[in-house]
Structure formats: structure tokens, C-alpha cells
Design a protein around this ligand. Structure first.
Ligand code: HEM
Length: 387
């Protein structure tokens, strides 16, 4: 009898534990790191510690002040963030569509950030994660992560990021940081997106990451929850992160519906995705991922899912917190990173896109050709249904 009760308590504790946000430390912030020599030691170490324990703001408001020194100048070299400001400006230009929505490159950049960092687990050898290997593995002639099926659709953005790498590498920019910077610039370029605190100084690697650590779109909710738990991300964190599908237009889950969005406002970082995933009356063109639907119905995930559906600022805050964690998975030198949040563009807290709403409504009902979907993907102003 006692062992049954103990077993029940253990299970209950596990469940209670599962329901909370993760406070688990990562990398060199773990006390046990390097034979007990870990823990926060520097201002940045404490900042990340604070974000993870919810005692520091995961979003940063500080913007770039003053002029921008020329990229090769001594003044620029003296400030680690200067070259990153140059890179962030180029990224912003590439990611903002004419209409005010973020474009396909922006969304792919967010996904690329996830697919580089997400290849880390507590239960595999300590490599992978946010190390740039998603692009560097192929460039070095090793097994190319980009050729893995799970990375379908990330080839174009990887070419864009590689061009930036070639341009900014001579000034000290690394691939792992560039990928995470691109994700954070892209997120804030999307109207309503959070300004996620951004750190640089990760160590690059061209060693291909362990395979099969990224989620399958057809997986059951408990499998997804377990996969992310193994990355130190608990169920609330997972629910916050998948909200990135608010901007998305899928191509490979159903190739016959390429360009169909995951909510009715692609390119906008709003909470429609959460309510439409659970609704029976989402517009016909909204394509729900099976994994999102299963997660939204899971008993550990559904209450947070429904809270986000009517809580933009709650979601932004939780997304930013979890993305800081995600973007530092596998990074064992957090204490020696530099914070460069101030290079990000300011956020847009209103949706001021210039599409014709009636045209968008027709498109969401299934009207318009592939060209209309492409115009939306590019962030172009949509004023008519293309035949
Ligand atoms: C349960 C976990 C997840 C699953 C199963 C999943 C699966 C997918 C799939 C299948 C696509 C569509 C790819 C295509 O056909 O074009 C996609 C797109 C996307 N995912 Fe996820 N994802 C997950 C979590 C995440 C997370 C954690 C993030 C970011 C933090 C993210 C960001 C994105 C973005 C931004 C897109 C749109 C890409 C584009 O429009 O090109 N996803 N995801």
C-alpha cells in the first residue's frame, strides 16, 4: 500500500513539476559545471540567471544611441556591439515587407534560430545547440544539417545568413551569434513581436548536431513535451515558443497547400494563432499543424494555451524568456557573453499593415491563386486577388 502511495506522490510531484515554468540552469550557469566551478560570475551571467528565474526582464527597451561608426574603424572595433548594429540594420531591411508585415525570410530566420539551438539535449553528449552548425556543417564539407528533412525550407535563409557571415566575419562576427541575432531581429520586425534580450560571443562549431532532436509535426503531445523537457524547456515554455507559428506559412507539411498560413494574420506576431488553433471556425485557408492541435488539447498545455489566446503581453514576455533560454542551449560560456540588445530595431506595438482587408478575407476563404499567397509571404502590400 505504502509503495502505491509513494508511487502516486512521485507521479503527482512529477506532474506539478511539469506544469511549472522551468528554472533549470543551463551551460556554465549550472553550479556543477566544470567540477563545481559553475554559476553566474559576471553581469551577463547574472542577467541570464535573472531571466531564467523570472527576476529580470527578458525583453529589453534600450535602443542604439548616437551615430554609427564605420564598420572597420577603431571606434567601431572598440564596441563589440557596433558591428552587430551594422548587421542588425541589414537584417531589418531584408525582413520588413512593404506592407509592414514581416516577410518569408524573417519567419525562416526565426525557425533557423530554433533549428540550430534546438539540437541539444541533456541526455546526449554536450555538443550541438546554438553553435552555428546548421550552416557551418555543410560549409565545412561535413554531413550537412541542412540536407536533413527536418530542415526543409531553411535553405534560402541559410544562403542569406551565409552572405552576412562572409561580410561580417572579418569584423569578428560568428555564425552561431549571427543566426540568433537574425532570429531576434526578425521577431521584433514582425508587428507586435517582443524585443528579446540578445547576447553575443557563442563558440562556433562545424560538427553536425545529433540527429532527431527536433520535433515531428505529427508527434503526440506527451512526446513533444518530453522532447522539450530534455532541453530544459517545460510545457509552458513549449506552448510559448510554438506561438512563433503565428507568423508562418507552411510549405512542406502539405505541399498541395504550400503558402497556407497557420493563422489568419501571417507576418504579424499576434495571438490569433492560439485562438484559431482551438477554434472550429477558423478561416478555410488556415492550416493547423497536427502537433499544435494536439498540444493545445493536452491537459498540461491547454490552460496556458488559452491564456495566451487573450494575452499578447503575457505571451510576449513568456516567449522572450523562453527564447533567451533556447538561444543559449549548448552554450557553455554564458558568463563571457556580451549583451547587444540595443542593436535591435524598436518594436511595433500596433498593427499598421497596409493590405486591403477585404482582399485578405477573400484569400482566407480560399480565394486567389498561389501568387496572392506569395505576395503575402513577401510582405508585399496585398490589394487584389491574383488570378
Ligand atoms: C512542437 C514543436 C514544433 C513543431 C512540430 C514545428 C514544426 C514546424 C513545421 C512543420 C513548420 C513548417 C515548415 C514548412 O512546411 O514550411 C514550421 C514552421 C515554423 N516554425 Fe515550427 N515547429 C515547432 C516549434 C517551433 C518553435 C519552438 C519555433 C520558434 C521558436 C518555431 C518557429 C517556426 C516558424 C517561425 C515557422 C515558419 C517558417 C516559415 O514560414 O518559413 N517552431 N514549424
Amino acid at each position: 500500500m505504502k509503495s502505491t502511495v509513494d508511487g502516486f506522490k512521485k507521479e503527482l510531484n512529477k506532474r506539478i513539476d511539469l506544469e511549472t515554468d522551468s528554472m533549470e540552469m543551463i551551460g556554465d550557469l549550472r553550479w556543477e559545471f566544470n567540477g563545481g566551478k559553475g554559476g553566474p560570475k559576471t553581469e551577463v551571467g547574472w542577467a541570464v540567471w535573472g531571466i531564467i528565474t523570472s527576476s529580470a526582464n527578458p525583453q529589453g527597451a534600450e535602443t542604439w544611441q548616437g551615430g554609427l561608426p564605420n564598420i572597420g574603424s577603431a571606434k567601431c572595433k572598440a564596441d563589440t556591439c557596433c558591428v552587430w548594429r551594422h548587421a542588425a540594420l541589414a537584417m531589418e531591411k531584408r525582413f520588413r515587407g512593404q506592407s509592414g508585415r514581416c516577410n518569408a525570410a524573417a519567419r525562416a530566420a526565426v525557425r533557423l534560430g530554433f533549428h540550430d539551438a534546438g539540437t541539444w539535449s541533456k541526455f546526449t553528449e554536450d555538443y550541438g545547440g546554438a553553435d552555428g552548425s546548421i550552416i557551418l556543417s555543410g560549409l565545412a564539407g561535413n554531413e550537412d544539417e541542412l540536407k536533413r528533412g527536418e530542415n526543409n525550407g531553411l535553405q534560402d535563409i541559410s544562403r542569406i545568413v551565409t552572405d552576412w557571415y562572409n561580410k561580417y566575419k572579418p569584423y569578428g562576427v560568428g555564425m552561431a551569434d549571427l543566426i540568433q541575432m537574425a532570429a531576434n531581429v526578425a521577431t521584433v520586425v514582425c508587428p507586435l513581436g517582443p524585443r528579446v534580450r540578445t547576447f553575443v560571443g557563442r563558440i562556433d562549431s562545424d560538427r553536425p548536431a545529433v540527429n532527431s532532436l527536433l520535433p515531428d509535426v505529427h508527434a503526440e503531445a506527451p512526446v513533444l513535451i518530453d522532447l522539450f523537457e530534455n532541453k530544459t524547456i517545460r510545457v509552458h515554455g513549449l506552448v510559448a515558443l510554438v506561438g512563433a507559428h503565428t507568423t508562418s506559412q507552411q510549405h512542406f507539411v502539405d505541399v498541395n497547400r504550400a503558402g497556407d498560413p497557420q493563422d489568419s494574420t501571417p507576418g504579424i506576431w499576434d495571438v490569433e494563432f492560439y485562438s484559431e488553433t482551438t477554434s472550429n471556425s477558423a478561416p478555410a485557408r488556415v492550416f493547423k499543424f497536427p502537433s499544435d492541435v494536439k498540444l493545445s488539447r493536452d491537459s498540461f498545455a491547454s490552460s496556458e494555451w488559452n491564456e495566451f489566446a487573450s494575452g499578447q503581453s503575457h505571451w510576449n514576455e513568456d516567449y522572450a524568456k523562453e527564447y533567451v533560454r533556447l538561444s543559449l542551449l549548448g552554450v557553455n560560456n554564458i558568463n563571457s557573453l556580451t549583451e547587444c540588445t540595443r542593436v535591435l530595431p524598436p518594436r511595433t506595438d500596433k498593427v499598421t499593415v497596409s493590405d486591403d482587408n477585404n482582399v485578405i478575407k477573400q484569400w482566407l476563404k480560399g480565394g486567389g491563386s498561389k501568387k496572392t499567397s506569395e505576395n503575402l509571404e513577401e510582405g508585399s502590400k496585398v490589394t487584389k486577388l491574383e488570378k
